[in-house]
Design a protein around this ligand. Sequence first.
Ligand SMILES: Cc1ncc(COP(=O)(O)O)c(C=O)c1O
Length: 462
Amino acid sequence: MKLNAMITEAELEKLSWPDAPQMKTQAVPGPLARQALERSARRESLARGGGGFPMVFDQGYGVTVKDPDGNLYIDLSAGVGVNSVGRCHPAVVQAIQAQSHHLMHASDITNSKRIELAAKIAEIMPEGLRDNCVTYFTQSGSDAVEAAVKFAKRVTGRQQILAFHGAYHGIWNASNALTTGNQYRSGYGPFMGGVIHAPYPYAYRFPFDTSARSAEQIAGEYVDYLLNSRYTGADDVGAVIVEPVQGEGGYVAPGPEFLRLLRKACDRAGALLIADEVQAGAGRTGKMWSIEHSGVKPDLLTFGKGMGGDLPMAGVAMRADLAKHIPPGSQPGTFAANALSAAVCLANIELLTDPKLALIERAHLLGLETLERVRAADCPLIGEARGRGLMIGIELVEDRESKAPLAPEKVGQVVMDSLQIGIIMVPCGRNGNVLRLMPSLTIPRRYLFGALDRVLTILAEV
Ligand SMILES: Cc1ncc(COP(=O)(O)O)c(C=O)c1O
Protein backbone atom coordinates (compact mmCIF):
# COMPACT_ATOMS: atom_id res chain seq x y z
CA MET A 1 0.00 0.00 0.00
CA LYS A 2 1.23 3.44 -0.82
CA LEU A 3 0.89 6.41 1.47
CA ASN A 4 -1.45 9.05 0.18
CA ALA A 5 0.39 12.07 1.55
CA MET A 6 1.78 15.19 0.01
CA ILE A 7 4.54 15.68 2.56
CA THR A 8 7.81 14.11 1.46
CA GLU A 9 10.37 12.27 3.56
CA ALA A 10 12.76 15.18 2.97
CA GLU A 11 10.19 17.57 4.45
CA LEU A 12 9.60 15.29 7.41
CA GLU A 13 13.34 15.13 8.02
CA LYS A 14 13.37 18.91 8.41
CA LEU A 15 11.03 18.50 11.41
CA SER A 16 13.81 16.81 13.40
CA TRP A 17 17.52 17.56 13.83
CA PRO A 18 19.71 15.99 11.12
CA ASP A 19 22.23 13.19 11.53
CA ALA A 20 20.81 11.60 14.66
CA PRO A 21 21.94 9.72 16.61
CA GLN A 22 25.25 11.34 17.38
CA MET A 23 27.10 10.82 20.62
CA LYS A 24 29.54 13.40 21.93
CA THR A 25 30.54 11.65 25.14
CA GLN A 26 32.19 8.27 25.58
CA ALA A 27 29.27 7.02 27.62
CA VAL A 28 25.81 8.09 28.74
CA PRO A 29 25.30 9.83 31.08
CA GLY A 30 28.10 12.21 30.18
CA PRO A 31 29.62 14.56 32.79
CA LEU A 32 26.96 17.27 32.56
CA ALA A 33 24.05 14.84 32.55
CA ARG A 34 25.59 13.07 35.53
CA GLN A 35 25.73 16.33 37.49
CA ALA A 36 22.13 17.09 36.54
CA LEU A 37 21.01 13.63 37.65
CA GLU A 38 22.75 14.11 40.99
CA ARG A 39 20.95 17.44 41.45
CA SER A 40 17.69 15.75 40.48
CA ALA A 41 18.19 12.93 42.99
CA ARG A 42 18.75 15.47 45.79
CA ARG A 43 15.63 17.52 45.23
CA GLU A 44 13.26 15.68 42.87
CA SER A 45 11.17 12.74 44.00
CA LEU A 46 12.32 9.51 42.41
CA ALA A 47 8.71 8.33 42.50
CA ARG A 48 8.51 9.93 39.06
CA GLY A 49 8.26 7.66 36.02
CA GLY A 50 11.69 6.62 34.76
CA GLY A 51 13.12 7.15 38.26
CA GLY A 52 16.25 5.16 37.42
CA PHE A 53 16.65 6.09 33.75
CA PRO A 54 20.11 7.67 33.40
CA MET A 55 19.19 10.41 31.00
CA VAL A 56 18.29 14.09 31.12
CA PHE A 57 16.35 15.83 28.37
CA ASP A 58 17.72 19.24 27.61
CA GLN A 59 16.38 20.15 24.15
CA GLY A 60 13.99 18.52 21.74
CA TYR A 61 12.94 18.92 18.14
CA GLY A 62 10.73 16.47 16.29
CA VAL A 63 11.79 12.93 17.09
CA THR A 64 15.26 13.98 18.21
CA VAL A 65 16.40 15.17 21.63
CA LYS A 66 19.64 16.39 23.15
CA ASP A 67 20.99 15.84 26.64
CA PRO A 68 23.03 18.46 28.54
CA ASP A 69 26.27 17.06 27.04
CA GLY A 70 24.98 17.63 23.52
CA ASN A 71 24.42 13.95 22.72
CA LEU A 72 21.75 13.69 20.05
CA TYR A 73 19.21 10.87 20.34
CA ILE A 74 16.32 9.42 18.36
CA ASP A 75 13.37 9.09 20.71
CA LEU A 76 11.40 5.95 19.88
CA SER A 77 9.12 6.60 22.84
CA ALA A 78 7.82 10.06 21.85
CA GLY A 79 7.77 11.17 25.48
CA VAL A 80 5.79 8.00 26.30
CA GLY A 81 3.30 8.47 23.50
CA VAL A 82 2.82 12.18 24.06
CA ASN A 83 4.65 13.81 21.17
CA SER A 84 2.53 12.41 18.34
CA VAL A 85 3.52 15.26 16.05
CA GLY A 86 7.07 15.48 17.41
CA ARG A 87 8.48 17.99 19.86
CA CYS A 88 8.32 21.74 19.20
CA HIS A 89 6.55 21.31 15.88
CA PRO A 90 6.66 24.73 14.14
CA ALA A 91 2.84 24.86 13.96
CA VAL A 92 2.63 24.13 17.69
CA VAL A 93 5.25 26.74 18.54
CA GLN A 94 3.36 29.24 16.43
CA ALA A 95 0.09 28.40 18.22
CA ILE A 96 1.84 28.90 21.58
CA GLN A 97 3.28 32.22 20.49
CA ALA A 98 -0.07 33.49 19.23
CA GLN A 99 -2.10 32.30 22.21
CA SER A 100 0.42 33.42 24.82
CA HIS A 101 -0.19 37.04 23.80
CA HIS A 102 -3.92 36.55 23.96
CA LEU A 103 -4.99 34.52 27.02
CA MET A 104 -3.47 31.65 28.98
CA HIS A 105 -5.17 30.95 32.31
CA ALA A 106 -8.88 31.55 32.67
CA SER A 107 -9.79 29.32 35.66
CA ASP A 108 -12.69 26.99 35.23
CA ILE A 109 -14.81 29.80 33.88
CA THR A 110 -14.64 28.78 30.27
CA ASN A 111 -12.60 30.49 27.54
CA SER A 112 -12.84 30.93 23.79
CA LYS A 113 -10.10 28.40 22.96
CA ARG A 114 -11.57 25.77 25.25
CA ILE A 115 -15.00 26.19 23.65
CA GLU A 116 -13.39 25.81 20.22
CA LEU A 117 -11.57 22.71 21.42
CA ALA A 118 -14.69 21.07 22.89
CA ALA A 119 -16.42 21.54 19.53
CA LYS A 120 -13.44 20.08 17.67
CA ILE A 121 -13.26 17.09 20.01
CA ALA A 122 -16.93 16.33 19.35
CA GLU A 123 -16.13 16.32 15.61
CA ILE A 124 -13.26 13.85 15.87
CA MET A 125 -14.74 11.41 18.38
CA PRO A 126 -15.55 7.83 17.31
CA GLU A 127 -19.06 6.91 16.31
CA GLY A 128 -21.45 7.06 19.24
CA LEU A 129 -19.77 10.15 20.64
CA ARG A 130 -19.19 12.00 17.37
CA ASP A 131 -21.25 15.21 17.45
CA ASN A 132 -22.99 13.69 20.43
CA CYS A 133 -20.73 14.37 23.41
CA VAL A 134 -19.61 16.93 25.90
CA THR A 135 -16.06 17.08 27.22
CA TYR A 136 -14.83 17.54 30.77
CA PHE A 137 -11.21 18.71 30.69
CA THR A 138 -8.38 17.68 33.00
CA GLN A 139 -4.59 17.91 32.93
CA SER A 140 -3.53 14.28 33.12
CA GLY A 141 -4.81 10.93 31.95
CA SER A 142 -5.16 9.78 35.57
CA ASP A 143 -7.44 12.74 36.29
CA ALA A 144 -9.50 11.96 33.19
CA VAL A 145 -10.03 8.39 34.39
CA GLU A 146 -10.95 9.60 37.90
CA ALA A 147 -13.54 11.88 36.33
CA ALA A 148 -14.91 9.19 34.01
CA VAL A 149 -15.42 6.82 36.95
CA LYS A 150 -17.18 9.47 39.03
CA PHE A 151 -19.43 10.40 36.14
CA ALA A 152 -20.29 6.76 35.42
CA LYS A 153 -21.22 6.26 39.07
CA ARG A 154 -23.27 9.41 39.21
CA VAL A 155 -25.13 8.66 35.98
CA THR A 156 -25.89 5.01 36.67
CA GLY A 157 -26.27 5.23 40.45
CA ARG A 158 -24.06 2.11 40.63
CA GLN A 159 -20.82 1.71 42.49
CA GLN A 160 -18.77 -1.08 40.95
CA ILE A 161 -16.35 -0.71 38.05
CA LEU A 162 -14.93 -3.56 36.00
CA ALA A 163 -11.39 -3.33 34.62
CA PHE A 164 -8.80 -5.80 33.28
CA HIS A 165 -5.66 -7.58 34.31
CA GLY A 166 -2.62 -5.71 33.07
CA ALA A 167 -4.55 -2.43 32.91
CA TYR A 168 -2.88 0.90 33.53
CA HIS A 169 -5.31 3.73 34.12
CA GLY A 170 -3.30 6.01 36.38
CA ILE A 171 -2.10 6.58 39.90
CA TRP A 172 -4.80 8.24 41.98
CA ASN A 173 -7.63 6.74 43.98
CA ALA A 174 -9.97 5.29 41.35
CA SER A 175 -7.39 5.11 38.56
CA ASN A 176 -4.89 3.27 40.77
CA ALA A 177 -7.62 0.88 41.95
CA LEU A 178 -8.23 0.00 38.29
CA THR A 179 -4.49 -0.39 37.57
CA THR A 180 -3.08 -3.83 38.34
CA GLY A 181 0.75 -3.60 38.32
CA ASN A 182 2.16 -4.21 41.81
CA GLN A 183 4.86 -1.60 41.34
CA TYR A 184 2.17 1.09 41.22
CA ARG A 185 0.05 -0.33 44.03
CA SER A 186 2.13 -1.90 46.77
CA GLY A 187 1.90 0.02 50.00
CA TYR A 188 -0.26 2.78 48.56
CA GLY A 189 -3.72 1.34 49.20
CA PRO A 190 -6.48 1.03 50.06
CA PHE A 191 -7.82 2.51 46.86
CA MET A 192 -11.40 3.01 45.73
CA GLY A 193 -13.45 -0.09 46.53
CA GLY A 194 -15.84 -1.88 44.23
CA VAL A 195 -13.35 -2.77 41.50
CA ILE A 196 -13.58 -6.11 39.73
CA HIS A 197 -10.77 -7.30 37.44
CA ALA A 198 -11.20 -9.72 34.55
CA PRO A 199 -8.65 -11.28 32.18
CA TYR A 200 -7.58 -9.16 29.21
CA PRO A 201 -7.26 -11.12 25.95
CA TYR A 202 -3.48 -11.20 26.01
CA ALA A 203 -3.32 -14.20 23.70
CA TYR A 204 0.44 -14.74 24.11
CA ARG A 205 0.09 -15.33 27.85
CA PHE A 206 -3.59 -16.09 28.31
CA PRO A 207 -4.35 -18.09 31.47
CA PHE A 208 -6.91 -20.33 29.75
CA ASP A 209 -6.76 -22.83 26.90
CA THR A 210 -7.31 -21.09 23.58
CA SER A 211 -7.22 -24.14 21.32
CA ALA A 212 -11.00 -24.15 20.81
CA ARG A 213 -11.90 -20.49 21.28
CA SER A 214 -9.87 -17.33 20.96
CA ALA A 215 -8.67 -15.28 23.93
CA GLU A 216 -10.97 -12.49 22.69
CA GLN A 217 -14.00 -14.76 22.81
CA ILE A 218 -13.20 -16.21 26.22
CA ALA A 219 -12.38 -12.83 27.79
CA GLY A 220 -15.47 -11.16 26.28
CA GLU A 221 -17.81 -13.96 27.31
CA TYR A 222 -16.32 -14.01 30.78
CA VAL A 223 -17.26 -10.35 31.24
CA ASP A 224 -20.78 -11.14 30.06
CA TYR A 225 -20.93 -13.96 32.61
CA LEU A 226 -19.65 -11.66 35.39
CA LEU A 227 -22.04 -8.84 34.60
CA ASN A 228 -25.11 -10.82 33.81
CA SER A 229 -25.14 -13.70 36.31
CA ARG A 230 -26.61 -13.66 39.75
CA TYR A 231 -23.82 -15.23 41.77
CA THR A 232 -20.65 -13.43 40.64
CA GLY A 233 -20.80 -10.48 43.02
CA ALA A 234 -20.96 -8.05 40.09
CA ASP A 235 -24.42 -6.87 41.06
CA ASP A 236 -23.78 -3.14 40.91
CA VAL A 237 -21.43 -2.49 37.97
CA GLY A 238 -21.84 1.01 36.54
CA ALA A 239 -19.08 0.79 33.94
CA VAL A 240 -16.51 -1.37 32.24
CA ILE A 241 -13.29 0.51 31.53
CA VAL A 242 -10.99 -0.89 28.87
CA GLU A 243 -7.88 0.06 26.94
CA PRO A 244 -8.78 -1.03 23.37
CA VAL A 245 -5.04 -1.59 22.94
CA GLN A 246 -3.43 -2.25 26.28
CA GLY A 247 -0.48 0.08 26.85
CA GLU A 248 1.64 -0.35 29.98
CA GLY A 249 0.38 -3.95 30.19
CA GLY A 250 2.48 -4.86 27.14
CA TYR A 251 1.13 -3.32 23.93
CA VAL A 252 -1.53 -5.95 23.48
CA ALA A 253 -3.89 -5.37 20.57
CA PRO A 254 -6.81 -7.81 20.68
CA GLY A 255 -9.03 -8.48 17.70
CA PRO A 256 -12.33 -6.59 17.39
CA GLU A 257 -14.50 -9.37 18.77
CA PHE A 258 -13.44 -8.65 22.35
CA LEU A 259 -14.76 -5.10 22.32
CA ARG A 260 -17.91 -6.18 20.52
CA LEU A 261 -18.60 -8.74 23.23
CA LEU A 262 -17.92 -6.14 25.92
CA ARG A 263 -20.40 -3.79 24.29
CA LYS A 264 -23.06 -6.49 24.26
CA ALA A 265 -22.37 -7.50 27.87
CA CYS A 266 -22.60 -3.87 29.00
CA ASP A 267 -25.85 -3.32 27.12
CA ARG A 268 -27.37 -6.41 28.66
CA ALA A 269 -26.32 -5.33 32.15
CA GLY A 270 -27.12 -1.62 31.75
CA ALA A 271 -23.46 -0.72 32.35
CA LEU A 272 -21.52 1.98 30.51
CA LEU A 273 -18.44 1.30 28.39
CA ILE A 274 -15.47 3.60 28.94
CA ALA A 275 -12.69 3.47 26.34
CA ASP A 276 -9.42 4.62 27.89
CA GLU A 277 -7.61 6.09 24.91
CA VAL A 278 -4.99 8.01 26.87
CA GLN A 279 -2.09 6.07 25.30
CA ALA A 280 -3.61 4.52 22.17
CA GLY A 281 -5.59 7.55 21.01
CA ALA A 282 -4.66 10.61 18.97
CA GLY A 283 -3.91 8.66 15.82
CA ARG A 284 -1.22 6.40 17.20
CA THR A 285 -2.79 3.08 16.16
CA GLY A 286 -3.62 4.10 12.61
CA LYS A 287 -7.07 5.45 13.44
CA MET A 288 -7.81 8.55 15.46
CA TRP A 289 -9.10 6.31 18.29
CA SER A 290 -8.06 2.71 18.77
CA ILE A 291 -11.64 1.63 19.51
CA GLU A 292 -12.47 2.54 15.90
CA HIS A 293 -10.71 -0.62 14.72
CA SER A 294 -13.67 -2.53 16.20
CA GLY A 295 -16.54 -0.25 15.20
CA VAL A 296 -17.74 -0.35 18.82
CA LYS A 297 -19.36 2.80 20.22
CA PRO A 298 -18.12 3.79 23.67
CA ASP A 299 -20.27 5.78 26.12
CA LEU A 300 -17.31 7.68 27.52
CA LEU A 301 -13.79 8.10 26.17
CA THR A 302 -10.78 9.32 28.12
CA PHE A 303 -7.94 11.02 26.27
CA GLY A 304 -4.60 12.59 27.20
CA LYS A 305 -0.97 12.19 26.14
CA GLY A 306 -0.90 12.69 22.33
CA MET A 307 -3.81 15.12 22.43
CA GLY A 308 -1.79 17.45 24.62
CA GLY A 309 1.64 16.92 23.14
CA ASP A 310 4.00 19.63 24.29
CA LEU A 311 1.52 20.96 26.87
CA PRO A 312 -0.66 19.02 29.31
CA MET A 313 -4.19 18.32 28.12
CA ALA A 314 -6.53 15.46 28.94
CA GLY A 315 -10.20 14.88 29.52
CA VAL A 316 -13.24 12.70 29.21
CA ALA A 317 -15.80 12.95 26.44
CA MET A 318 -19.19 11.54 27.40
CA ARG A 319 -22.44 11.00 25.60
CA ALA A 320 -24.49 14.20 25.71
CA ASP A 321 -27.55 12.49 27.20
CA LEU A 322 -25.43 11.13 30.07
CA ALA A 323 -23.88 14.51 30.76
CA LYS A 324 -27.30 15.93 31.59
CA HIS A 325 -27.21 13.95 34.84
CA ILE A 326 -24.04 15.63 36.10
CA PRO A 327 -24.89 18.55 38.38
CA PRO A 328 -23.40 21.83 37.11
CA GLY A 329 -20.46 23.10 39.14
CA SER A 330 -20.04 19.78 40.98
CA GLN A 331 -16.55 18.96 39.66
CA PRO A 332 -14.46 22.15 39.41
CA GLY A 333 -10.80 22.08 38.27
CA THR A 334 -8.66 25.20 38.64
CA PHE A 335 -6.35 24.53 35.71
CA ALA A 336 -8.78 22.65 33.46
CA ALA A 337 -8.28 23.41 29.77
CA ASN A 338 -5.87 26.26 30.12
CA ALA A 339 -6.28 28.34 26.97
CA LEU A 340 -2.63 27.80 25.97
CA SER A 341 -2.97 24.02 26.27
CA ALA A 342 -6.25 24.19 24.36
CA ALA A 343 -4.52 26.09 21.53
CA VAL A 344 -1.77 23.45 21.38
CA CYS A 345 -4.30 20.61 21.40
CA LEU A 346 -6.15 22.27 18.51
CA ALA A 347 -2.87 22.62 16.60
CA ASN A 348 -2.09 18.94 17.23
CA ILE A 349 -5.52 17.86 15.99
CA GLU A 350 -5.12 20.00 12.90
CA LEU A 351 -1.80 18.34 12.10
CA LEU A 352 -3.09 14.86 12.83
CA THR A 353 -6.16 15.27 10.64
CA ASP A 354 -4.52 17.19 7.80
CA PRO A 355 -5.05 15.03 4.67
CA LYS A 356 -1.89 16.46 3.09
CA LEU A 357 0.19 15.06 5.93
CA ALA A 358 -1.84 11.84 6.34
CA LEU A 359 -0.04 11.17 9.62
CA ILE A 360 -2.58 8.64 10.86
CA GLU A 361 -2.45 6.63 7.65
CA ARG A 362 1.30 6.92 7.87
CA ALA A 363 1.22 5.42 11.39
CA HIS A 364 -0.80 2.51 10.04
CA LEU A 365 1.54 1.78 7.12
CA LEU A 366 4.77 2.35 9.03
CA GLY A 367 3.42 0.07 11.75
CA LEU A 368 2.79 -2.75 9.28
CA GLU A 369 6.25 -2.36 7.79
CA THR A 370 7.89 -2.24 11.22
CA LEU A 371 6.12 -5.42 12.33
CA GLU A 372 7.16 -7.13 9.12
CA ARG A 373 10.80 -6.16 9.64
CA VAL A 374 10.84 -7.24 13.28
CA ARG A 375 9.25 -10.58 12.43
CA ALA A 376 11.67 -11.12 9.55
CA ALA A 377 14.62 -10.58 11.89
CA ASP A 378 13.79 -13.96 13.42
CA CYS A 379 15.74 -13.25 16.58
CA PRO A 380 15.35 -16.03 19.19
CA LEU A 381 14.86 -13.48 21.96
CA ILE A 382 11.72 -12.14 20.29
CA GLY A 383 8.77 -14.12 21.55
CA GLU A 384 6.20 -12.01 19.80
CA ALA A 385 6.01 -8.75 17.86
CA ARG A 386 2.56 -7.23 17.92
CA GLY A 387 0.63 -4.00 17.91
CA ARG A 388 -1.27 -1.61 15.78
CA GLY A 389 0.03 1.43 13.94
CA LEU A 390 2.97 3.01 15.72
CA MET A 391 2.14 1.24 18.96
CA ILE A 392 4.33 -1.81 18.60
CA GLY A 393 5.51 -4.15 21.32
CA ILE A 394 8.40 -6.57 21.01
CA GLU A 395 8.06 -9.14 23.76
CA LEU A 396 11.45 -10.55 24.78
CA VAL A 397 11.78 -14.08 26.12
CA GLU A 398 14.55 -16.37 27.35
CA ASP A 399 13.46 -18.87 24.72
CA ARG A 400 10.45 -19.20 22.52
CA GLU A 401 9.38 -22.56 23.81
CA SER A 402 9.11 -21.79 27.52
CA LYS A 403 8.14 -18.16 26.83
CA ALA A 404 9.91 -17.29 30.09
CA PRO A 405 10.17 -13.50 30.15
CA LEU A 406 13.67 -12.26 29.40
CA ALA A 407 15.41 -11.55 32.72
CA PRO A 408 15.07 -7.90 33.81
CA GLU A 409 18.87 -7.37 33.74
CA LYS A 410 19.00 -8.51 30.10
CA VAL A 411 16.08 -6.25 29.14
CA GLY A 412 17.86 -3.47 30.99
CA GLN A 413 21.00 -4.22 29.01
CA VAL A 414 19.14 -3.91 25.69
CA VAL A 415 17.63 -0.59 26.75
CA MET A 416 20.94 0.76 28.07
CA ASP A 417 22.97 -0.46 25.08
CA SER A 418 20.44 1.31 22.85
CA LEU A 419 20.71 4.47 24.93
CA GLN A 420 24.50 4.39 24.63
CA ILE A 421 24.19 4.60 20.85
CA GLY A 422 21.52 7.29 21.04
CA ILE A 423 18.23 5.43 20.86
CA ILE A 424 15.61 6.03 23.53
CA MET A 425 13.18 3.25 24.30
CA VAL A 426 10.93 2.77 27.32
CA PRO A 427 9.97 -0.85 27.99
CA CYS A 428 6.59 -1.91 29.33
CA GLY A 429 4.65 -5.09 30.00
CA ARG A 430 3.58 -7.10 33.01
CA ASN A 431 7.09 -8.55 33.29
CA GLY A 432 8.83 -5.41 32.05
CA ASN A 433 10.06 -7.39 29.02
CA VAL A 434 8.28 -5.61 26.16
CA LEU A 435 10.25 -3.10 24.12
CA ARG A 436 7.81 -0.56 22.82
CA LEU A 437 8.19 1.28 19.58
CA MET A 438 5.98 4.32 19.86
CA PRO A 439 7.73 7.12 17.99
CA SER A 440 6.15 10.36 16.83
CA LEU A 441 3.95 9.89 13.79
CA THR A 442 6.27 12.32 12.02
CA ILE A 443 9.32 10.07 12.35
CA PRO A 444 11.24 9.93 9.06
CA ARG A 445 11.58 6.41 7.66
CA ARG A 446 15.35 6.72 7.77
CA TYR A 447 15.29 7.37 11.51
CA LEU A 448 12.71 4.71 12.32
CA PHE A 449 14.25 1.87 10.36
CA GLY A 450 17.83 2.94 11.09
CA ALA A 451 17.10 2.86 14.83
CA LEU A 452 15.20 -0.41 14.51
CA ASP A 453 18.11 -2.08 12.70
CA ARG A 454 20.46 -1.02 15.48
CA VAL A 455 18.13 -2.33 18.18
CA LEU A 456 17.80 -5.64 16.33
CA THR A 457 21.59 -5.87 16.13
CA ILE A 458 21.80 -5.31 19.89
CA LEU A 459 19.18 -7.99 20.44
CA ALA A 460 21.11 -10.44 18.31
CA GLU A 461 24.15 -9.86 20.55
CA VAL A 462 22.46 -10.36 23.94
C1 LIG B 1 -4.27 3.97 29.15
C2 LIG B 1 -3.78 5.01 30.13
N1 LIG B 1 -4.65 5.62 30.94
C3 LIG B 1 -4.25 6.56 31.81
C4 LIG B 1 -2.93 6.91 31.93
C5 LIG B 1 -2.52 7.93 32.94
O1 LIG B 1 -2.11 9.10 32.29
P1 LIG B 1 -1.20 10.18 33.03
O2 LIG B 1 0.15 9.58 33.19
O3 LIG B 1 -1.24 11.36 32.12
O4 LIG B 1 -1.84 10.47 34.35
C6 LIG B 1 -1.98 6.29 31.11
C7 LIG B 1 -0.55 6.64 31.20
O5 LIG B 1 0.31 5.92 30.75
C8 LIG B 1 -2.42 5.31 30.19
O6 LIG B 1 -1.55 4.68 29.38
